[in-house]
Design a protein around this ligand. Structure first.
Ligand code: PHE
Length: 348
């Protein structure tokens, strides 16, 4: 029969071998119970100490203590290893594959009409004009009456109107503004000359669409009132803005036109970017594209807002921003702007 000391050494040997093959923390736990637990193998062996002679008991007892301490130390070491391995596994499972290309962030951009609008406003701001806004749902009064377009006057047909179904005295006095010109009167009612304003906004018209007409459009109204303002100021201002927007190469044409609220009235046209003046679908075969209406503010309007028309004169203009954007970017159909097709919009 082997001595107790030999049994202890064999046990230590066996325990170390078993410990080396312990694969996870759970197995490690049962290893500890098996070898070092209160009913474990080491206790089992040391119970035999009682039957030894005192001298031998001391020696073998010391040996047993050393084996216990060393196995405890080995246990602690193994536990640290296993914990680290477990952590590494967990991290590996949760890890991102940083070698995959990232999902591209979709970057927004300004609509071409917004870009053009900002450039137009900036061009006027550089000439000293201030930006003022007005309502899109407008009274018949400001959209027509105050601009010298009375009820039943044929000039109303110049603007196919979307009426708001709200009746007063049997009439429908509310509408979606057909142009930004009502802001001229709104502003003059509240301010005195000198006036230099631009007023941007959406306008609406009840009309069939074609390459240069939409039922919704963006305008910028221009108004300057002061002593001594003349047609030369109007032409000079509009020509300067056209130069800023289109460069010096584009040809600009001024053409007499009738608008009830100006006298005289004038349109500004730019040579068609598609055909360079030859005549095509985009310009309706004329070679020119109208970008704005304008004229000298009618003296009666000045008088109606309490200005002395002998002392003050002014000019006004209404620019179509979509038309200008078409000319700048070479877009041949105005309807593209509001179809929300990203293939179109992402080009600007
Ligand atoms: N309001 C006119 C339109 O839409 C344009 C215009 C503005 C004409 C100012 C003359 C003066 O069509």
């Amino acid at each position: 029969m082997p001595s107790l000391a030999e049994t202890l050494r064999e046990l230590e040997e066996e325990a170390r071998t078993a410990l080396a093959s312990v694969a996870d923390l759970e197995a490690l736990d049962s290893w500890r119970t098996t070898y070092l637990g209160r009913r474990g193998r080491l206790r089992e062996v040391t119970r035999g100490l009682a039957s030894l002679a005192p001298e031998e008991r001391r020696q073998v007892g010391a040996l047993a203590n050393r084996v216990l301490e060393e196995l405890e130390a080995a246990f602690g070491e193994r536990r640290r290893q296993l914990e680290q391995e477990a952590l590494a596994r967990k991290l590996a499972e949760a890890a991102l594959d940083v070698s995959l290309p990232g999902r591209p962030l979709l970057r927004g951009r300004l609509h071409p009409v917004t870009q053009t609008l900002r450039d137009v406003l900036a061009a006027f701001a550089a000439l000293g004009f201030q930006v003022v806004e007005g309502p899109e749902v407008e009274w018949d009064y400001y959209n027509f009456e105050a601009l010298l377009i009375p009820k039943d006057h044929p000039a109303r047909d110049l603007w196919a109107t979307l009426w708001i179904d709200y009746r007063r005295d049997g009439e429908m006095p509310m509408l979606l503004r057909t142009h930004t010109s009502p802001n001229q009167v709104r502003y003059m009612e509240k301010h005195r000359p000198p006036i230099r304003i631009v007023s941007p906004g959406r306008c609406y018209r009840y009309e069939a669409t074609d390459p240069t007409h939409e039922w919704m459009l963006t305008q910028v109204e221009v108004l300057a009132v002061d002593e001594g303002i003349s047609m030369a100021d109007l032409k000079g201002t509009l020509a300067e803005v056209a130069r800023r927007l289109f460069g010096t190469e584009r040809r600009v044409r001024f053409r007499c036109e009738y608008y009830p609220f100006v006298e005289p009235g004038m349109d500004v046209l730019i040579d068609c970017f598609q055909c360079r003046g030859e005549g095509c679908r985009t310009c309706g075969q004329s070679g020119w594209i109208e970008i704005l209406g304008s004229g000298m503010v009618h003296p009666r309007i000045l008088a109606n807002v309490g200005y002395d028309p002998e002392r003050y004169t002014g000019f006004a203009a209404g620019l179509g921003i979509e038309r200008i954007a078409m000319l700048r970017y070479g877009i041949d159909d105005i309807r593209l702007f509001y179809q929300n097709d990203l293939r179109f919009l992402e080009q600007f």
